[in-house]
Write a protein that binds this ligand. Structure first.
Ligand code: ZN
Length: 488
């Protein structure tokens, strides 16, 4: 009797211990509220309240490579470097200033936006400084210092571009971009040589003009993620974002893809509605002559190594965004990856890896499938991919495989629920740029919508996702790179 009681007590004690541990775990878990979107004096604010004591402030500007042309390639990147240092309180180097305060700052130039970052540990003084840095830099930068730091930052950008020259297959990527895009900025997005050449001619007046054209408050969205009370945040924002003094322009998006403009391709009867482009290994109309010659001389003395053929399939469609697209595209991509991996690697051993990537733009969705194989297998790999995709379009999904793929996607989204404030920003980035009208669809999914979508996902051979797949694969372009043509 006594003994049993003792044991019972012991169990109770253990139970309490477990409960205590449970509470501890709960407290350490990341929580975040649904985003709040509002406007303060003409500037869009995207705010996510979390329980982590880090404040992340990002300023997004609706410009980027797509607003560049052949005469000002690289201007966004250079301007971004100047802007990072344009806050009133820094003495020409904001990185020094903020590092000494314990903040991390940075800038990034992308296809359709440029963004400015400030991260710090939450405290009242730091919070104001972070917000002020982003708002003041973007709306009232210290432009007069630009001429003092122009040379320094131009060199920094050029050095940065030079390090990217070592990326493999750069010529191939440039040639792809030239064929796929009609927009000059996007055609040259990976063309470091052209950017370095043009950057040398960009002067201070061009930069002032470019700033005035694009850095207006209706082109800006500020994203704030952290443990700040909403009311005090609004109060703080109102003190930092003063009322506008002038009316500003609004830049609309244009069409980027040259999908009606395939002239130099081989029409492929196997691809339902597509073209095959051959891009020779040592050719690029976009690369400077002297560098081309240097490479030629180098190649002469090189021992012959059997190079691989790179095969890229690009599928795209002018299909507009709809509410379930992120989930659908993820399911379609993983499904395709699984069947290609099974057929081309496990069964026939033609290839060793398959890369699939989705690219979303304002009026287009692209899916890219990238593989490498030995020259002798190139035709077989090409035929196999075309057959498998045509087969998928003809017969629909295999229910069992679709079910397993959906389970994996569901699991990965659940895993993504808990994030720190820095990861959260990337998680919400699509939503922020959609909200800015960079993608004109406002029917964007939040992480909550995504979870709901997966939970209601229908496993059907020819259901909703299948009809979407057919539309998505409507236009097919295949690029391959090797020393001599393999297909005729
Ligand atoms: Zn840079």
């Amino acid at each position: 009797m006594v003994k049993t009681l003792k044991n019972k007590n012991k169990t109770l004690k253990n139970k309490n211990k477990t409960l205590k541990n449970k509470n501890k775990t709960l407290k350490n878990k990341q929580h975040y509220d649904k985003p709040k979107i509002f406007n303060v004096n003409g500037v869009s604010i995207f705010y996510v309240k979390t329980n982590l004591d880090i404040l992340r402030v990002d300023g997004y500007v609706r410009t980027g490579y797509y607003t560049e042309n052949i005469n000002n390639l690289g201007i966004n990147h250079l301007l971004e470097h100047l802007m990072v240092n344009s806050y009133d309180k820094c003495n020409e180097s904001c990185i020094n200033y903020f590092n000494s305060l314990g903040h991390i700052i940075n800038g990034h130039t992308r296809e359709f936006f440029v963004k400015y970052v400030n991260n710090n540990i939450l405290d009242n003084k730091s919070n104001k400084e972070s917000l002020e840095y982003i708002v003041h830099s973007l709306l009232k930068p210290k432009k007069h210092i630009w001429k003092n730091i122009l040379k320094r930052e131009k060199n920094a950008v050029i050095q940065e571009l030079k390090t990217l020259l070592n990326v493999s297959n750069l010529k191939f990527i440039n040639e792809q971009n030239r064929i796929l895009y009609i927009n000059q900025g996007l055609q040259h997005i990976d063309n470091m040589y052209a950017q370095i050449r043009k950057l040398k001619d960009i002067n201070i007046d061009m930069l002032y003009k470019y700033y005035n054209e694009y850095y207006s408050r209706n082109n800006i969205c500020i994203s704030i993620i952290g443990n700040i009370n909403y009311e005090s945040l609004v109060k703080l924002l109102k003190s930092v974002i003063t009322k506008p003094t002038k009316s500003e322009s609004y830049n609309m998006m244009k069409t980027f893809f040259s999908s009606d403009n395939y002239s130099s391709c081989i029409i492929s009867p196997q691809l339902q509605n597509g073209c095959v482009y051959y891009i020779p290994n040592n050719n690029s109309s976009l690369i400077e002559n002297d560098i081309k010659n240097k490479n030629k001389n180098k190649n002469k003395n090189k021992n012959k190594i059997n190079k691989n053929v790179r095969i890229d399939f690009v599928f795209f469609n002018k299909l507009m965004y709809h509410k379930s697209i992120q989930v659908y595209v993820n399911v379609i991509l993983l499904y395709i990856k699984r069947i290609l991996f099974n057929e081309l690697r496990t069964k026939s051993k033609y290839i060793y890896s398959i890369y699939t990537t989705p690219i979303y733009t304002s009026n287009n969705i692209q899916i890219r499938i990238k593989t490498f194989c030995e020259p002798a297998n190139a035709k077989k790999v090409y035929n196999k991919i075309v057959i498998l995709i045509n087969d998928l379009i003809k017969n629909g999904f295999d229910i069992k495989l679709l079910q397993s793929v959906t389970n994996i996607i569901r699991m990965s989204y659940y895993r993504k629920q808990y994030k720190n404030n820095i990861e959260l920003n990337t998680f919400y980035e699509n939503e922020i740029i959609h909200h800015m009208g960079i993608d004109k669809n406002n029917d964007i999914m939040t992480p909550y919508d995504i979870r709901n979508c997966i939970d209601q996902f229908k496993i059907e051979s020819k259901g909703e996702i299948y009809s979407y797949l057919c539309k998505l694969f409507n236009t097919q372009v295949m690029f391959y790179q090797y020393d001599y043509p393999i297909f005729d």
